[in-house]
Ligand binder design. Structure first.
Ligand SMILES: NC(=O)c1ccc[n+]([C@@H]2O[C@H](COP(=O)([O-])OP(=O)(O)OC[C@H]3O[C@@H](n4cnc5c(N)ncnc54)[C@H](OP(=O)(O)O)[C@@H]3O)[C@@H](O)[C@H]2O)c1
Length: 264
């Protein structure tokens, strides 16, 4: 597994497992399968309502806590509710710290929400903190007034929304841009894309592996989700080949510079 080093020295795996829209016993089963497949990073969030299931799967795996990088996200409106919810997240996950704690979106009292994360960071409840869906000006504004520069900004990033400008802005502040929905949630016919298919054939890999490789090769952590053990393993296996400059340039032309989901 390869890592990216965050602005406080914490090492974050470049490939983790996403858990959006999967709850209950299914979430526990999928996370168990992902850990068996070799994943050592799990991406969850309060609003996914699966923190307890993720926590159970990790505990049952027998893998020691410090070998699994847990990303959690708060879904709150102000300092007090964020502070309370961080403790609830830790109880749900059955741990006394997460590896990365993010404000899920720029809503409510943005400064207050982030201050609660800064306090949690100082109290050792998170090894690193950051934000998600903070695009452009709202990211800039937060950086101007915070006391702990976000280690990560997780935003919609895939071959059709490549976020080159946002990655440059984040890097200029010491923040790693991370991807959500690196496989476009399976939308936009990504797996039938002729350019990606051609590159995949040249390397003897799948379209998914090319789409993920294009991001990790730029230093962007990804959290693909799959319910299928074979595809889970495939998505982890993106470090045995490299895309050429020409291939990266061809992939750059796929960028539509717009959201596929219109969230942010
Ligand atoms: N911060 C945020 O606001 C935010 C927003 C959205 C998502 N996220 C995070 O990002 C994670 C990933 O995004 P996502 O869940 O939208 O989905 P995704 O990982 O972009 O795509 C998942 C889809 O791709 C298919 N797939 C996966 N691997 C494949 C492969 N190797 N070959 C062919 N098909 C493959 C899956 O089908 P199968 O299951 O059948 O394989 C599923 O339909 C989420 O789970 C969540 O953790 C964060």
């Amino acid at each position: 597994m390869e890592f990216v080093t965050l602005n406080n020295g914490v090492q974050m795996p470049l490939v983790g497992y996403g858990t959006y829209n999967v709850a209950g016993a299914t979430a526990e089963r999928h996370v168990t399968m992902a850990l068996e497949a070799g994943y050592r990073a799990i991406d969850t969030a309060q609003c996914y309502h699966n923190e307890k299931n993720v926590g159970k799967a990790i505990a049952k795996s027998g893998i020691s806590r410090d070998q699994v990088f847990i990303t959690a996200k708060t879904w709150t409106v102000d300092y007090a509710s964020t502070k309370r919810s961080i403790d609830q997240t830790l109880r749900n996950l059955g741990t006394d710290y997460v590896d990365l704690l993010l404000v899920h979106e720029p809503a409510g009292d943005i400064g207050g929400n982030y201050t609660a994360l800064e306090d949690a960071y100082r109290e050792g409840k998170a090894r690193a903190i950051g934000v998600s869906n903070f695009i452009g000006k709202v990211f800039q504004q937060l950086v101007n007034c915070c006391t702990v520069i976000p280690a990560v900004n997780q935003v919609e990033t895939h071959v059709y929304r490549q976020q080159h400008d946002m990655q440059t802005l984040c890097a200029s502040k010491g923040t790693v841009l991370a991807s959500w929905s690196p496989l476009c949630s399976g939308e936009h016919d990504i797996f039938k894309d002729p350019a990606l298919k051609k590159i995949a054939a040249a390397h003897g890999v799948s379209v998914a592996q090319v789409a993920l490789r294009a991001l990790v090769q730029r230093g962007i952590p990804v959290v693909p989700k799959s319910k299928n053990a074979k595809r889970m393993r495939q998505n982890l296996d993106v470090f045995g080949f490299a895309l050429t400059d020409d291939e990266m340039a061809r992939i750059a032309t796929l960028d539509e510079r717009r959201s596929l989901f219109n969230w942010y």
